[in-house]
Design a protein. Sequence first.
Lengths: 333, 567
Amino acid sequence: MMAPLLLEGSMFYFILNRLAQALLVMAVVSAISFSLFNFVGDPVNNMVGQDATREQRIEIRQQLGLDDPILVQYQRFMLNVAQGDFGLSYRIKQPVSQLILERLPATLELVFASAVIAVLIGIVLGVYTGIRRYSWVSKIIMSVSLIGVSLPTFIIGIGLIYLFAVHLRWLPSSGRAGVIELGGWKTSLLTIDGWRSIILPAVTLSLFQLTMILRLVRAEMLEVMRSDYIKFARARGLANRAIHFGHALRNTLVPVITIIGLNIGGLIAYSVITETVFQWPGTGLMFIQAVDFVDVPIMAAYLIFVALLFVVINLIVDILYFVVDPRIRRGGS
Amino acid sequence: MTNLLEINNLSVDFPSRRGQVSAVKKVSIGVAKGEVLGLVGESGAGKSTVGNSVINLLEPPGHISGGEIIFDGMRIDQLSNEEMRKIRGAKIGTIFQDPQTSLNPLMTIGKQLSETLIETLRISGASAREKSIELLESVGIPYPETRLDAYPHQFSGGMRQRVVIALALAGDPDLIIADEPTTALDVSIQKQILDLIKSLCKQRNLGVIIVTHDIGVIAEIADRVAVMYNGQLVEQGKVTQVLQKPKHDYTKSLISAVPSGDQKLNRFTVVDYIDGSEEKVSMKNVGDHWLSKNKTSKTHDIAVLVKNLSIEFSIKKALFRKNRIFLKAVDDVSIEIMTGESFGLVGESGSGKSTLARLIAGLYKPKSGDIQIFGHNVLQKSEKTKTSLIRRKMQMIFQDPYSSLNSRMTVEDIVSEPIRFHRSTGNAIETATVVRDLISFVGMPSTSLKKYPHEFSGGQRQRISIARALASRPEILICDEPTSALDVSVQANILNLLKDLQEELNLTMLFISHDLPVIRQMCDRVAVMQNGRICEIAETDKLFDHPKHEYSKHLLGLMPRMDLFRL
């Protein structure tokens, strides 16, 4: 029984719909990042010395095309962006896309490591505290999790550095060590030094998301455990394991997936702070440095890049949602 | 005769802050194989608690505080959780009230069936699949092989309840406890499900306990009946004996409170056994009261005129219009409601009766057609102010008294809000007096003004809803299943109240219900709806005695067999 491709309820229509929305979001974000060029100060001031002559300034303006009409500039910007060309960094005078690509592995590995920590530990502890609601272990977990929610990332980072790097001297305090080149991708996940250096920043970055996921899973779990189908599953004589993991957990995950998706985007956004605290050579650190120097091409490219990540992650989440919850794929049979 | 299940002197306590609450007090009942025992009572009577204690699934902190439960010659009330789990499903199956919520929405029914089969019968996956098909077939689901991979939401309510029954039967139990198995279903489906349970009971020689508040269900299916009131067993015996010659006063009044579909009475019989259930309504000089002023209805004979009204809801969206699918919820409907009349609207769920009411109340916009209220076309945009004045003359009372009152407002605020909004009194002092009067008109003490909705029972809340509706000085009252969430005894009071108010205030009433006996008692004329269309409009007595349309006959045929206990 094939559903017609363009009907709502078919996977194809669903993805097409989401893709159209994603394109719209990207168009809006690129317009905003383009406007940075015109509203965040005059880049020429930052590029030339104090004693540059008026002619030199005009020449640079012409080179950068800053005197063309706005729409012409915008068209040029969009065409370049579509080809992956974000222009030259004002400060380093290198192509922005190359700079981002160089630093991307560091950020992605950091985000990946902390997402794994947050999701795994968050779900496990959330399920545990949801099922054993009144045990003292749950109470301790819930109290400690308050710290994760309420402390700002940089304080946690500095605290961890003090404890594990300065006081105990177990782990390095900053930087990314043990980097190996693997087919154009610089990874630090293959050496012990690399692992040692990623632990602290990854834990710091994950802590907030971990506690969010923990609390969300727990709340959803409590809700689901009260539902009629859990009671009916008990009345059918199913074992606790089947009820908790076969029935309850899957229903819990439906809303949790959405939040996790949004939060992985959040991890990338928060990585700016973590990378600064740990001097982690990723895109976040590069962005902060770019802001200091009003390096607009990097800022604009970073904005577009983060938006793209958010959009892609959300698209994946929507598709996952579609896979997990049969009620969304209507029309099937 | 040794019974399959024997409950002796069972007591269940729920400790709370205010001390112990005894939900069940020394109840003794028994069920034999091949027998259906009906456990009947109103909400809070403790009947579900009895069912839950048998399978040891009491909501904490509830616990069995006395007595014993003997199943198949073995005491089961003291078993450990793990031992009890082996009895649940394998020996005692359970059916819950709402098939919408008792199945896991994310799992195919085939998977839910086979996991239960594998757990209870210890069989392999392959034979579980075979057995699942057999089970689905035995509960009357067509083409079971193709339905195994379907998810619960792909079944209708009645079919879903059949799946639930198949699941309850999966472990091949000897006893089935069915807790309000048909309350969430339409009358026609209710009959099918009850017939199914009855025939399964005979075929498989099962003991069945049906827990219900509905005497109609008991009359339909039970062999013996036990009546519970306030945690106690007041009477038990053969169904014909208990229903025809009830011994206990509570049973008598409970039976007499069931509205009759056979003849029209002046008032609903009230369950007088329950203390203080009927507060006397005193509405003296209501003609001079604030409520009766400012009437527009006197000059018009027709209160509501609906002409060729239609509305569609899209149930499948698509890029191209030809691929879209619409559901005609109301399809070319025309009705006339006379001023001061009680107009009934019956039909099964999905027939469009609530949608029609909402269209008239202005909550939906129709696709085509006309609505005139007191001769004024309310769909014309040009006369917006006048329309809103007319709309005020129309108020709605909803089905669920729990969700239709704002839980963060006091009763006084709830009732006075429409008055303050419309500025229909001169000053705050007058508003306070009017609110006080309204509350006493609906039979509530004035002490309730400062309380919040959660402090009241369902029936009391529905009275508050009525007071709130009256506060707009309506001349047309739309009641959408106003009593279907309530117990019979409470239902009788609310319906009597509505009748009194209608008489005193000369209200026009549009009364929606799926309950035919209630319609017969309440309404002057009735319209029967099916699939968004009106099948028949007739005077109530004519419709009930000589229905013309096939569907009306079908509906009337589904009325519970009240003749069994009407003498």
